[in-house]
Design a binder for this molecule. Structure first.
Ligand code: ADP
Ligand code: MG
Length: 653
């Protein structure tokens, strides 16, 4: 493959773009011992030559007999579905073989074979890169080495020299070499330090800059919110606020009374009661005669908020409207009209509330519920619409203060740690799908008229990646527990019908609801005490925690059954972590610290997606230093190096 093709496939422009594709991991090339010592599933590295090559099943399987100095007998290996190896592997050559030992078949299942003169195996550790499948590791590595050896004059220092000296960081070329040409653990770490610091400083500088810019955004002159009125609203509620809720309310009302806009994050585990805090903010906002909006990630959640908001606000004579594009067109039109004239004071809906169809008379407060469910772009467009508007973000990822100060350094944070229902605990178990406990628990719940959520990751039966789809589970459950007891909810069902199904469930007309992860966010059904999650491994830890947060909301005991039939140790580790940890804070920490480099999926909220090598939890010290340094750099903009670094990271103003 030509170097230019690799650039195209990776969407890389410069040498720097290639070199900052850091290895996702390093494989130790220490060779495995003799066959007799192998245990099932063990990772195996062999070095040797091939005495026999056989292609079977039309070339789908290649069988190899490998012998080398270390091995008394030939070791049997197999490669599946990688026919090109039958052309590449020669009896005369010497190779490294990577794979897992399968004890039943007495065979090493190979995932990779490299010629022993490949650059990738020139050192003790073999770098592994997260690159598109159609670019081979060897081809990519050839390019990396070519740049490092022949085109390294493009590699420039980025950091101001003060900080390079302060932390004794190596020059960048050496650091790239350390990371890409892994001679020893020490040199890898030495190189990584440089890029971790670079990432941390960039992250901190960006967030501090955002914070700074926001702190200059003035809002329109508005009447001060009267704290006495807030107090009497709070005393009119049917329950007493927790200490944390009260503190958050004070923070928020104080922010709203400032001349600059609010940019606050309200974070708290599932069930800590964020919604009511948001409602109090909306009430305060209505007192100063502004319009306020809550944006929720799903129609179901928006409607739940709407019903509750009406119950609370109607007695204060406030006009609440619901807005999402699944409502009948007439109603949408009417509600848009009310928003435009200002008749509607409180608006609740999906992201539709910020679409171009909606024009506000006097928007002054925008609240985003479950903000991590929205992409960065959606949030950006919201901020565009809400120029000069107070912002409150809500998220269910509670993290310790020290960490939050780094991750959310562009925002002010109020955290809810206390649960209004202190007895709430969800017993969580990891089980296999044939465990009789599933049937027993569902039958028991039905017999005492309690409700059950059953979750499966996919909708369709024919989905190869999932043995158990929502439809398959639904068929099974409705046969077992009666068609009248079981309902199904998924994203392919029409929105109006989804609402009807959900409403019936809330009303208790059905006892078992089979669903995709649609029910993950925010839904509050007090009578639900059991949740069965099929293919639990498919979900991230945070999602699973959110899901189980849907049950046990009445304060009585509840049980979540995580069904997993596989035997991947990482998956089992993840799932059993949930069975021993009930606190969202622990879950968030596990998630944040196990998110490795290159793992980009679904981590919008924490900002981890912007980081390749640095990790908020593991490299907290680096971030703490970097935050101070970023502050210093922004404050010392007479220093030429600081100026050029700031421009490099943030672009010219
Ligand atoms: P989350 O923080 O997950 O969004 P919710 O706002 O949906 O949680 O609140 C969960 C439940 O707890 C709701 O039924 C809500 O009415 C109730 N709740 C909230 N605050 C209190 C409180 N201080 N005392 C008792 N119940 C409360
Ligand atoms: Mg909520």
């Amino acid at each position: 493959m030509k170097f230019s093709e690799i650039y195209t496939k990776l969407k890389a422009i410069s040498e720097e773009d290639i070199l900052t594709h850091f290895p996702k991991r390093y494989d130790d090339l220490s060779l495995s011992g003799s066959l007799a010592s192998f245990i099932d599933h063990q990772k195996v590295v062999l070095k040797g030559s091939v005495s026999k090559i056989v292609s079977i099943q039309g070339g789908k399987i290649i069988r190899l007999s490998v012998h080398g100095e270390l091995y008394k007998e030939d070791i049997q290996c197999a490669i599946f579905n990688q026919q090109f190896y039958s052309r590449v592997i020669k009896k005369s050559g010497e190779y490294f073989f990577f794979g897992y030992y399968n004890d039943k078949m007495k065979t090493v299942m190979l995932s990779l074979v490299l010629s022993s003169d490949s650059l990738l195996v020139a050192n003790r550790y073999k770098p592994y890169y997260n690159i598109p499948h159609d670019v081979s590791q060897s081809a990519f590595y050839g390019l990396v080495i070519d740049i490092l050896n022949n085109h390294n004059d493009y590699i420039n220092e980025i950091l101001p020299s003060k900080y390079r000296h302060k932390y004794r960081l190596e020059n960048r070329l050496q650091a790239f070499k350390d990371v890409h040409i892994p001679v020893s653990q020490e040199t890898i770490l030495r190189g990584l330090r440089v890029f971790k610091y670079e990432e941390a400083l960039k992250y901190c500088l960006k967030s501090l800059q955002i914070r700074r810019q926001n702190s200059f955004i003035k809002k329109r002159q508005m009447t001060r919110i009267d704290e006495m009125k807030i107090n009497s609203f709070v005393s009119g509620l049917s329950f007493r606020l927790t200490k944390d809720q009260l503190a958050a309310v004070v923070d928020i009302i104080n922010d709203m009374n400032k001349p600059v806009i609010m940019n606050r994050l309200l974070s708290g585990d599932v069930g800590t009661g964020k919604t009511i805090v948001a409602f109090i903010a909306l009430y305060g906002n209505a007192l100063r005669e502004g319009q306020g909006v809550i944006m929720a990630p799903t129609v179901t959640l928006a409607r739940q908020h709407y019903v509750r908001a009406q119950a609370i606000f109607n007695k204060y004579g406030l006009n609440v409207v619901l807005l999402d594009n699944s409502l009948p067109a007439k109603e949408v039109k009417e509600n848009i009209r009310k928003i435009k004239t200002g008749e509607a004071q409180i608006i609740i809906g999906t992201h539709y509330v910020f679409s171009s169809a909606v024009e506000y008379k006097n928007l002054t407060l925008a609240i985003i519920d479950e903000q991590h469910k929205f992409g960065v772009e959606q949030r950006d467009s919201l901020i565009d619409k809400g120029q000069g508007v107070d912002h409150l973000m809500m998220s269910a990822t509670p993290i310790p203060q020290t960490l939050s100060r780094i991750i959310n350094s562009d925002l002010d944070v109020s955290s809810l740690f206390e649960f209004p229902n202190s007895s709430r605990e969800v017993t969580t178990k990891v089980i296999r799908s044939d465990d009789p406990l599933i049937d027993k628990a569902i039958k028991r719940a039905i017999s005492i008229h309690k409700q059950v959520f059953v979750v499966a990751p996919k909708i369709e039966k024919n989905d190869k990646s999932s043995r158990l789809s929502a439809k398959a589970v639904y068929d099974d459950m409705s046969a077992k527990y009666g068609i009248d007891n079981v309902a199904m909810l998924n994203g392919k069902i029409k929105k109006v019908d989804q609402e009807k199904i959900y409403d019936d469930f809330v009303l208790g007309k059905r006892l078992v609801l089979v669903s995709t992860s649609l029910i993950e966010v925010g839904i509050d059904v007090k009578n639900a005490c059991l949740m069965v999650i099929y293919e639990a491994n498919y979900f991230g830890l945070a999602s699973l925690h959110q899901l189980r947060g849907r049950i046990g909301r009445s304060g009585e005991g509840a049980m979540a059954l995580l069904v997993y039939d596989g035997d991947d140790p990482d998956a089992l580790d993840k799932l059993s972590y949930l069975s021993t940890h009930n606190k969202g804070e622990d879950v968030a920490l596990y998630d944040l610290s196990n998110r490795g480099s290159g793992d980009m999926g679904g981590d919008k909220q924490s900002g981890q997606s912007e980081l390749q090598v640095a990790n908020f939890v593991k490299d907290l010290n680096i971030f703490t230093c970097a935050k101070e340094d970023a502050q210093e750099i922004l404050e010392n903009q007479t220093d030429a190096e600081n100026v050029s670094y700031t421009e490099y990271i943030l672009g010219k103003e």
